[in-house]
Write a protein that binds this ligand. Sequence first.
Ligand code: 13P
Length: 284
Amino acid sequence: MNLVPMADILNDANQRGYAVGGFNINNLEFLQGIINAAEELNSPLILQASEGAISYMGIEYVMAMVEAAVSDTHIPVALHLDHGSSFEKTMLCIRKGFSSVMIDASKKSFSENVEITKKVVEAAHAVGVTVEAELGKVGGTEDDVTVDEKDATMTKPAEAVEFVEKTGVDALAIAIGTAHGVYKGDPELDFARLETIKSKLDMPIVLHGASGVSAKDLAKAVKLGINKVNVNTDFQQVFTAKIRELFKADADLYDPRKYCGPGRDAITEKVKEKIMILGSNDKA
Ligand code: 13P
């Protein structure tokens, strides 16, 4: 199967009321661990790579690995740029074969965010590529970019409507109280805000920073209209915890296959857990 535009996956999720994981890849083991889980549970899948992960792996390796992974899979898979920081970076990913991009100008003013998002949408849609954008500021740390708690701002429903009308974006990431990275306390989600936004916008809505959010809250967010749930930190933590455990048990361990392999399988188990919470199992 070839990569599919992310909109194909998310429009079905929006119509049928479930969410699909936007699962971040950081290396080969993440890619294999994630796709193995999605195949086992017959779930559509959004593989996403941040700019930091792309520069770590090299964009040619990302494309070659993902193409190899989807070449013999039966599930629909989109490849998405997570938090694209400029028009140029989104265009590079589209030229290389990504089927979806996020342009994240959420730290700029509303009008600048509209302007740059609209430009990306026009170019991406001309070649059948999906666009996600963000309105409001999600807190926490993603790659090397940190948004302080005091600078994080929730998405305003009326602005969200105006933003979508003006940009024609396919999926909107909103800020309702989650943050990227590891939480200090328990995150408090503003479900009422989500409900209001969804009542005004019948389109795929995206939740960032889903690691560390309880299964109950994630399921509630999906019920109220979230269709894409981004997870990275949870997978990084289980991968590393498994490797740490193995080194603790055997300090002489030296063959990477003997610790990265179990790390990959730990990711698979975590991804399966998320897929069941989001309800994307058997939707492929
Ligand atoms: P976490 O690392 O907190 O899961 O966030 C991932 C994310 O939102 C990627 O865009």
